[in-house]
Design a binder for this molecule. Structure first.
Ligand code: ATP
Length: 306
């Protein structure tokens, strides 16, 4: 444990103030959990982004040698395009995003950005170019302004406010008695999943990275929240090369390409309308989701009328 604790302690001191204590340590533990021994190669170069074009080339991957998770996945995200990955639970969707962020290295095959293998570039330069909106955002025990500004610490108040507005969280912040100074996180105001996700989107808008990874939460959202989040995502993903791990119909419809992953392989690919027309796995998934959403909306209306 001391081995883990010492670097944590050190990093904690160097990068942030002690008052954030618990949340940071929890977040770092999560990172450590997910990040075994990835190290920069000797002579690794900073990633040079021109497009950026992302390519997964015959990617195989397993967390444990006996159980392959990805079995030869190839696709490309052209510069500025959005590719959405859908598929049954456990298919390996989030694993694709973890490999792109290089929490792990591929078993075989390669992932490249503008022709550079991720294993040949420095992790720091890779992560500086990627904005990650995770399934569940951990907020720091600090003000909401601090939590948004984290995307770019030198941003001024006006920029923080603009990012919040673009992320559709501005009006919500305006209803809080202390506005942007409201304390959030475990020891402050608890935000809902949808609100936290919009804070993460505001952070990412400030960071303005050329590459975006969005790992959507599985939890169902009401229609209004879903629309708000969708318009926030439209802002942040415009002209960025975006990989979306999608659970919701609304994020997928406008993607340039949808990849249906099943048991670690690509089962179908195409646009929303191509895939609906094919009446395969995708069409089945979305008719089920539509029925579930409609049933939920009906239940909500009944509850609201009661
Ligand atoms: P969901 O839609 O439920 O989020 P997913 O398609 O995103 O699923 P992944 O999270 O990519 O699925 O996981 C793929 C498989 O890899 C799962 O069977 C999961 O149990 C396994 N897995 C994920 N993370 C790890 C890990 N750190 N160690 C070992 N196995 C893991």
């Amino acid at each position: 444990l001391m081995q883990v604790y010492r670097p944590l302690n050190f990093i904690g001191f160097v990068y942030r103030e002690i008052r954030q204590g618990l949340t940071d340590i929890e977040e770092m533990f999560k990172l450590l959990d997910q990040k075994p021994e990835i190290e920069d190669r000797p002579g690794a170069k900073p990633l040079a982004v021109t497009g950026p074009v992302i390519r997964f080339n015959d990617v195989h991957f397993a967390y444990d040698a006996e159980r392959p998770i990805l079995k030869g996945v190839s696709f490309e995200i052209p510069a500025g395009h959005t590719v959405a990955v859908v598929g049954p639970s456990g298919a390996g969707k989030s694993t694709l995003s973890r490999l792109l962020y290089r929490f792990y290295d591929v078993g075989s095959g390669a992932i490249t950005i503008d022709g550079q293998d991720l294993r040949d570039v420095t992790q720091e330069s890779l992560r500086a170019r990627i904005g990650m909106v995770p399934q569940d955002t951990v907020l720091f025990n600090d003000s909401i302004a601090y939590n948004i500004r984290y995307g770019r610490p030198d941003a001024n108040d006006e920029e923080v406010r603009r990012a919040a507005d673009m992320a559709q969280i501005g009006p919500f912040i305006a209803t809080l008695p202390k506005g942007y100074d409201s304390q959030v996180g475990e020891r402050g105001l608890k935000l809902s999943g949808g609100e936290k996700q919009r804070v993460a989107i505001a952070r990412t808008i400030l960071k303005a990275p050329p590459i975006l990874i969005l790992d959507e939460a599985t939890s169902a959202l009401d229609t209004k929240t879903e629309q708000d989040i969708q318009s926030a995502l439209d802002v942040v993903s415009a002209n960025r090369t975006t990989l979306v791990i999608a659970h919701r119909l609304s994020t997928v419809v406008n993607a340039n390409e949808i990849i249906v992953l099943k048991d670690g392989q690509i089962a179908e690919r195409g646009t929303h309308f191509d895939l609906l027309g094919r009446q395969g796995l995708y069409a089945q998934m979305w008719s089920r989701q539509r029925e579930a959403t409609e049933a939920e909306e009906r239940a909500r209306r009944v509850a609201a009328d009661a």
